[in-house]
Design a protein around this ligand. Structure first.
Ligand code: PEP
Ligand code: MN
Length: 257
């Protein structure tokens, strides 16, 4: 394990991930915000406008949703990717969306700025090998039952194939704690900062599962040294097609900022 590329070789070693006007791991703090799922142009645009108004630079949006139930909303697919691309371009926002499989590789390479690998795909090694050859940053979420070593080995797949632009994202894991949907492992931030040179961000939306907990855990993640946050925001969370219960309204989002 000692010689892995994900590990720091010396104190102060940092991998800087740069995409357009955004830099991760140079001491700046980056906030990625947007809906769990992209639903239509109007709602995505409202969110984009709010982000711009508050000085934000990154817009997230689920397009091909990996849902636990096949009966739940599966996302707009390619149409969602096109919408994110258009709105990102219009408002000069860096876009983030989750790639569901190898099949969508070309589409994501062409249209998305930061390609997200979700918790369910963290150990999809065929996908990781392909993404290791891509010249785009990869936001690699932690699997919800994955150890830090398994997570870092997933990152190693990307690094070993040549893609050094990896952002690690803690999004909550399954533990015996049952006060919320997941246990947001904030210990992992100082731990990763100690052993790895990669940027680390936190997802307090999936990490708590409840909108009321997003603000305190966002602050906690920042205090623990995270390089950024990825947060679900929607103009009307109660009407959101997915994850409304953990999604911030525009008002709550502004309050958090
Ligand atoms: C998401 O960010 O939209 C998502 C599905 O997250 P995760 O893979 O962490 O569940
Ligand atoms: Mn979600």
């Amino acid at each position: 394990m000692k010689d892995l590329k994900v590990y720091k070789k010396h104190d102060g070693q940092k991998t800087i991930v740069k995409v357009k006007n955004v830099t991760f791991n140079d001491g700046s703090f980056n906030l990625i915000a947007g809906p769990c799922s992209i639903e239509d142009r109007k709602s995505l645009e409202k969110t984009a406008q709010l982000i711009v108004k508050n000085g934000g630079k990154l817009l997230r949006g689920g397009t091909f949703k990996l849902r636990t139930s096949p009966y739940n909303f599966q996302g707009l697919g390619k149409e969602g990717v096109e919408l994110l691309y258009e709105i990102g371009k219009k408002y000069n926002l860096v876009t983030v969306s989750e790639i569901p499989s190898i099949c969508e590789l070309e589409l994501f390479i062409e249209k998305i700025d930061i390609i997200q690998v979700g918790a369910r795909n963290m150990q999809n090694y065929a996908l990781l090998k392909k993404l290791g050859k891509v010249k785009k940053p990869i936001l690699l979420k932690r699997g919800f039952a994955s150890t830090v070593d398994e997570w870092l080995l997933a990152a190693e797949y990307l690094l070993s194939m040549g893609n050094k632009e990896v952002i690690l994202c803690e999004r909550g894991i399954r533990t015996i704690a049952n006060g919320s949907k997941a246990t947001l492992d904030l210990n992992v931030i100082p731990h990763l900062k100690k052993i790895s040179h990669l940027p680390v961000i936190v997802d307090p939306s999936h990490g708590t599962g409840l909108y009321e907990y997003v603000e305190p855990m966002s602050l906690a993640a920042i205090a623990a040294g995270a390089d950024g946050l990825i947060i679900e925001v929607h103009y009307d969370p109660k009407a959101a097609f997915s994850d409304g219960v953990q999604t911030l309204s525009l008002e709550r989002f502004e309050k958090l900022l």
